[in-house]
Design a protein around this ligand. Structure first.
Ligand SMILES: *[C@@H]1O[C@H](CO)[C@@H](O)[C@H](O)[C@H]1NC(C)=O
Ligand SMILES: *[C@@H]1O[C@H](CO)[C@@H](O)[C@H](O)[C@H]1NC(C)=O
Ligand SMILES: *[C@@H]1O[C@H](CO)[C@@H](O)[C@H](O)[C@H]1NC(C)=O
Ligand SMILES: [Zn+2]
Length: 565
């Protein structure tokens, strides 16, 4: 590791650990003038850090939260935006993903660092421990310096770096070449968790066939083969299957929540929500109704397509739930109709409540998928709102699970060319202007993109942004280079974790390391044979419990787990 990398890691940790020591209540800027204020806060953060003990037992449950495109600049800006939504200046705010409640960590005595030193009155109570340890991930694909979401999904879910735009196949598979799929499949931790007897689920704000969730169940050399109508003739002839087909036929997934109805039903099947809009209709050429196929293959399965249906699902009697809430991606949070579509928080809650009934535990993948889309369209407010909602889902899941048995990880697949700067004063709206004018004697917004559709130079000059609706949710921040879609960025992303084996995320690592820690933590293949790992159940492959002895073993395992609870 280079010294630059080391410095970057150390800086990152100090930076986020400090943020974690800060309290959620809005501060008085007057208080901040007193050294005691900063000293006391830092002392409490230090005190918390000293009590941190790695949880070295294996994890029963795993939740992996993925902010698509949630680079570190996005996390910082989302933190400020969250604080401003709560009425504070914002910078001192804290995201749930940056810190988990102290009580959720190992129950250890808090040492007295400096005796009973008098506390400064203004310091907010109960600091939380840093969500530790914090590490950074190198996101490049095998064939790309700046990656896409498919190659990265394959890395953090399947444990193997891959080529851009391919899902669930190693880099020996060639993008778009169907017949390079076979023999090159790699299997996700979600798939391996299912084979070990856990319940598994995916939640996303994109279509469920999109790249990030797709990497958990599909093996495909082109991430855009959503339905069979998207398959080139040659690929179909060679026997390749679309992603929607694989969703239903590969891994036995208990909970699937997101968008993506149109890839599941035969061509021209009217969409239930938009029955008069032919552009939203089903697209399948093979005539399959994959929703029907899924329902008929599973006992106790439910399908829902709106919020009302989701709310009506009894989590105590439902073992399989498919919820598809839009024909393609779900709506941005700021555009969502809360009476018809669930939020990522509501989907996450329902998924956890269903999955956690399995005494052998669960694996859940939750993607805030449209942070990425907000950035691609250069609409920072949409992107940051999606990030804030993802953080609320992190907070909700933390409330619903026990950190002593659940490893929760929050990370991103890649960054974006999104930045904020310009010597803005404390409390400046995150979407606001920098205080000084630029060389062209025009103001500029703090948030800018390196490239994208926000490029606005016409006849040699920028428009005067002070006359533009810069706080509007669909305002596009300016970009230096014109592109119809803003691009990903290549710098490292953060990874935050709590719970068993969270301490294994440390330093600057390759992104595929994530899947290995998850597999190790939950005793999944190839780390399933450790002494602390439970006896195997139906690991040999079939999701069915065909062998009478395995049934008995599962029953015994469940009974002993119940007794221990
Ligand atoms: C794979 O398909 C291509 C055509 O796309 C063909 O040229 C090639 O020979 C095939 N390779 C194998 C191993 O079948
Ligand atoms: C599900 O079961 C739990 C525990 O038995 C109970 O507390 C909860 O109210 C039940 N939920 C519903 C929706 O019935
Ligand atoms: C740029 O200049 C041309 C020619 O003077 C004019 O027609 C056009 O409207 C200008 N565009 C903008 C965006 O000001
Ligand atoms: Zn993207």
């Amino acid at each position: 590791m280079s010294s630059v990398q080391l410095l970057a890691t150390a800086g990152l940790c100090v930076y986020l650990c400090l943020a974690a020591g800060l309290a959620a209540a809005p501060v008085s800027l007057e208080d901040e003038k007193a050294p005691a204020y900063w000293n006391e806060r830092a002392r409490r953060t230090l005190e918390s850090a000293l009590t941190l003990t790695p949880v070295t037992r294996r994890a029963k449950n795993i939740i992996l939260f993925l902010g698509d495109g949630m680079g570190i600049s996005t996390i910082s800006a989302a933190r400020i935006y969250k604080g401003q939504l709560e009425g504070g200046p914002g910078e001192d705010s804290r995201l749930a993903m940056e810190t988990f409640p102290y009580v959720a960590l190992a129950k250890v005595r808090r040492p007295q660092l400096l005796g009973n030193a008098p506390r400064a009155r203004a310091v907010p109570a109960a600091p939380s421990a840093c969500s530790r340890p914090l590490a950074a991930l190198q996101t490049y694909n095998v064939d790309r310096q700046v990656p896409d979401s498919a190659g990265t999904g394959t890395a953090y879910l399947c444990g193997v770096k891959a080529n851009a735009k391919t899902l669930g196949v190693s880099a020996a598979a060639v993008y778009g070449k169907c017949n390079t799929t076979w023999g090159n499949e790699v299997h996700s931790v979600l798939h391996r968790a299912k084979l070990s007897g856990k319940s598994v689920g995916i939640v996303t704000t994109t279509r469920v066939q999109h790249a990030s969730p797709g990497a958990s169940y599909a093996h495909v050399v082109n991430r855009e083969w959503y339905s069979d109508a998207d398959l080139p003739k040659e690929a179909a002839r060679q026997g390749c299957k679309d992603i929607a087909y694989q969703l239903v036929h590969n891994t036995d997934i208990n909970v699937i929540l997101g968008g993506g109805r149109m890839y599941m039903t035969p061509r021209k099947t009217p969409d239930p929500e938009y029955p008069t809009d032919p552009k939203q209709s089903g697209t399948r050429k093979d005539g399959l109704d994959l929703v029907e196929n899924w329902l008929s293959a599973k006992e106790g399965a439910r399908y829902v397509w709106n919020k009302e249906g989701l709310d009506a699902v009894d989590e105590n009697s439902t073992d399989y739930l498919l919820g598809l809430f839009e024909p393609k991606d779900m709506k941005y949070e700021l555009n969502r109709d809360a009476s018809t579509d669930p939020s990522i928080v509501e989907m996450t809650e329902k998924a956890v409540r269903i999955l956690r009934r399995n005494p052998r535990g669960f694996f859940l993948f939750v993607e805030g998928g449209r942070i990425d889309h907000g950035h691609h369209s250069s609409r920072a407010k949409q992107a940051l709102s999606e990030a804030v909602l993802l953080d609320r889902a992190v907070a909700r899941a933390a409330e619903l699970t026990d950190a002593s048995e659940t490893l929760t990880v929050v990370t991103a697949d890649h960054s974006h060319v999104f930045s904020f700067g310009g010597s803005t004063p404390r409390g400046n709206s995150i979407f606001g202007l920098a205080p000084k004018k630029a060389e062209d004697r025009r103001p500029y917004t703090s948030i800018l993109y390196g490239n994208g559709p926000g490029y606005a130079i016409a006849n040699g000059s920028r428009p005067d942004v002070s006359s533009l609706p810069i706080e509007d949710k669909d305002y596009r921040q300016q970009a230096a280079v014109p592109l119809d879609t803003e691009t990903h960025a290549g710098e490292d992303v953060a990874i935050m974790a709590r719970g068993p084996m969270a301490h294994l995320f440390h330093g600057v690592q390759e992104q595929n390391y994530v899947a290995h820690v998850l597999a190790y933590a939950a005793c999944l293949e190839p780390y399933h044979a450790g002494p602390e790992c439970p006896a195997p159940s139906c690991r040999s492959g079939s999701p069915g419990l065909g062998h009478p002895h395995s049934l008995l073993l599962v029953a015994l395992g469940a009974a002993s787990l119940l007794l221990r609870m």
